[in-house]
Design a protein around this ligand. Structure first.
Ligand SMILES: N[C@@H](CCC(=O)N[C@@H](CS)C(=O)NCC(=O)O)C(=O)O
Length: 221
């Protein structure tokens, strides 16, 4: 299976897929996309005109797969990983998918709003929207804290798609709105995530790009 991943090492949705690939030691050719570089941007546009990453290209099956959760689903189906990230048990599968959506919608989306606002020209910023997004992140933390168990992974003893989503969502949300001492169960889970070798590797590989993060404080491991 010849897999090519178009991604950027700083991009949170790309982290989800990198974690999935590293979890199962799946071989792939990494292609770093620099949207600020015209050549790189145009080359990526030929592959995926919407210009959103991650995108996985499976040359053997002539498949171009976008959307981070769909890429992980695809890898589970076609790359025959030793440890599938979407459980076979249907009752665990819906929970993994639900928590994947919740981490994306409740943490990644408001986090993106805050980050993208910082990249706008000074006279086009949206301070009200940014404050609302930060409130949404804290509301999500409180909601998750209530539902969190003391140990294990997002939906039980096995590491799943939900944990691939949780890691970058918590990593960047915590940079913008520190978890502090108010969310001890979530904080302990985040600590376990950062110690997971696949997650630690993704963070390590992102580290050289942290200075590009448009807000202060910068992310740190
Ligand atoms: N729902 C998509 C979101 C993808 C996405 O927003 N990716 C960001 C990087 S984290 C991106 O491509 N940003 C470039 C841009 O919007 O110009 C997924 O899960 O893959």
């Amino acid at each position: 299976m010849a897999l090519k991943l178009y991604f950027h090492p700083l991009a949170s949705f790309c982290h989800k897929v990198l974690i999935a690939l590293y979890e199962n030691a799946l071989p792939f050719d990494p292609v770093i996309v620099d949207l600020g570089n015209e050549t790189s941007r145009e080359a990526f546009r030929q592959v995926w005109p919407p210009l959103k990453f991650p995108v996985l290209v499976d040359e053997a099956r002539q498949a171009t797969v976008a959307e981070s959760a769909t890429v992980i689903d695809y890898l589970d189906s076609f790359a025959t990983p030793e440890r599938p990230l979407i459980p076979h048990d249907p009752d665990l599968a819906w929970q993994a998918r639900m928590w994947d959506r919740l981490f994306d919608d409740m943490l990644q989306m408001p986090m993106q709003k805050v980050v993208l606002d910082a990249l706008r020209p000074a006279d086009s910023r949206d301070p009200f929207g940014v404050e609302q997004a930060k409130t949404d992140i804290r509301t999500a933390f409180a909601f998750m804290e209530e539902r969190w168990s003391q140990a294990g992974w997002a939906i039980g003893p096995d590491f799943t798609l939900a944990d691939c989503s949780a890691a970058p969502a918590l990593f960047y949300a915590d940079t913008i709105c520190p978890l502090g001492e108010d969310f001890p169960r979530l904080k302990a889970y985040f600590k376990r995530l950062k110690q997971r070798p696949s997650v630690a590797r993704v963070m390590r590989e992102a580290q050289p790009y942290f200075p590009m993060f448009p807000l202060n404080p910068k992310p740190s491991i």
